[in-house]
Design a binder for this molecule. Structure first.
Ligand code: ADP
Ligand code: MG
Length: 369
């Protein structure tokens, strides 16, 4: 894999009136990739994008764009295009002129026929061709957001910084626009840094994902990398749908014992271990948990606490002596609220975490590279 870095953020620190928003954030977005920054509200996503664009003053760290150190460069001289959530359009201009605006700026000054061609093409991709002569004041929220995206995408910057560009839209529109962003990416080999709190949105659009929380990147990689070896409990809680299950457990000699369960898991199934005794949390992707309606010999017992119908499948919440977990099951599985159930973990499934720190203590081996 030969990847050229397009955006390199190193050791970014930013506090707002003493409150730390970025705490030594490192991130590399490669040329020609869509990189999703996935994290909850307050994680530091917007601050990361603002810092990349030069729109906030950093307390520490460096920003490198396309091989150039732009840490001290002013925003106008950075070749980036940004879409913010709730981005304001210029109300005095119609849709067409809003989209063309950046291309007519002194920094670009494209020829008018080229501008017309690009605006037309971008409008087509975002399905707003029929709106080009309308005043922006007459548009619906979804239409406005599409114009805001078109306004950025009409340009060919070194990187697009997209801050939750779709989160205000309804599901159908969101899925459509996501496909169109990928299409634009494919046609123009553009580089995108896409901030979102939506797990499904992130994995649907991104080549690689960075899990952000507490102003730091917790882990970066493909979704497969992250599933294979989640860095810590924060990552487990932010990845998956439902997210990782965490069960109270104990390391007892050569075995892991899930609290209140008959199932004993050989410690050797967890690779090399950084700690040998005491209470831990066993983190398991729900897809790896085998669940049955009846009491199975050697399994662990649970109770169906809640059932969530999702149309073609159901998600059950299971209450166990070791904690709750959620898992998607087929519609055909006869589990109802209040039913007893049995679950088991195949040997080798799951990771061990230190409860106090959230640090992963299992699989301290080759996969850790
Ligand atoms: P995200 O986009 O992931 O929600 P932000 O980067 O907006 O995260 O915010 C990170 C932290 O910094 C949050 O705790 C937020 O409240 C705080 N913050 C962001 N912008 C400001 C600001 N202008 N003034 C004060 N605090 C801010
Ligand atoms: Mg934000």
């Amino acid at each position: 894999m030969s990847a050229t870095p397009m955006l390199e953020l190193k050791g970014l620190k930013k506090a707002y009136r003493g409150k730390r928003a970025l705490r030594g954030l490192d991130l590399t977005v490669n040329d020609n990739e869509i990189f999703a920054l996935l994290g909850p509200t307050g994680a530091g996503k917007s601050s990361t994008l603002l810092a990349s664009a030069g729109l906030i003053d950093l307390d520490a760290g460096s920003v490198n764009l396309g091989g150039r150190d732009v840490t001290e460069a002013d925003p106008a001289s950075r070749d980036v295009a940004i879409v913010f959530e709730g981005f304001n359009l210029l109300p005095v201009l119609n849709v067409q002129d809003n989209i063309a605006f950046a291309l007519r700026s002194p920094a670009y000054r494209e020829a008018e026929d080229e501008i017309g061609r690009r605006v037309g093409h971008t409008a087509e991709l975002l399905r707003i061709s029929h709106l080009l002569t309308r005043d922006v004041g007459t548009l619906s929220g979804g239409e406005r957001q599409r114009v805001a995206i078109a306004r950025a995408l009409v340009r060919r910057p070194q990187i697009f910084l997209l801050d939750e560009p779709l989160s205000a839209l309804d599901l159908k529109l969101r899925e459509g626009l996501r496909a169109e962003l990928r299409q634009i990416h494919r046609q123009h080999h553009s580089t995108m840094l896409y901030a979102t709190h939506d797990y499904h949105g992130a994995i649907a659009i991104a080549d690689r994902i960075g899990i952000i929380d507490g102003g730091q990147i917790q882990q970066a990689g493909t979704i497969d990398d992250i599933y294979d070896l989640p860095a810590n409990m924060i990552v487990g809680k932010l990845v998956g749908s439902p997210a990782m299950a965490f069960l109270d457990a104990d390391i007892d000699g050569e075995e892991v014992i899930i609290k209140g369960s008959a199932q004993r898991l050989p410690l050797t199934g967890f690779g090399r271990i950084a700690r040998s005794e005491g209470p831990i949390l066993l983190g398991v992707w729900p897809e790896d948990i085998e669940i049955e309606a009846a009491d199975a010999v050697g399994g662990s017992r649970g109770t169906i606490y809640a059932v969530d119908n999702r149309g073609f499948e159901r998600a059950v919440q299971v209450e166990t002596p070791a904690g709750f977990f959620r898992k998607v099951v087929p519609l055909s599985m006869p589990l109802e609220q209040g039913d007893a159930c049995s679950f088991r973990l195949p040997s080798g499934a799951g990771f061990l975490f230190e409860a106090e720190t959230g640090r992963r203590i299992s699989h301290q081996d080759g996969r850790d590279a």
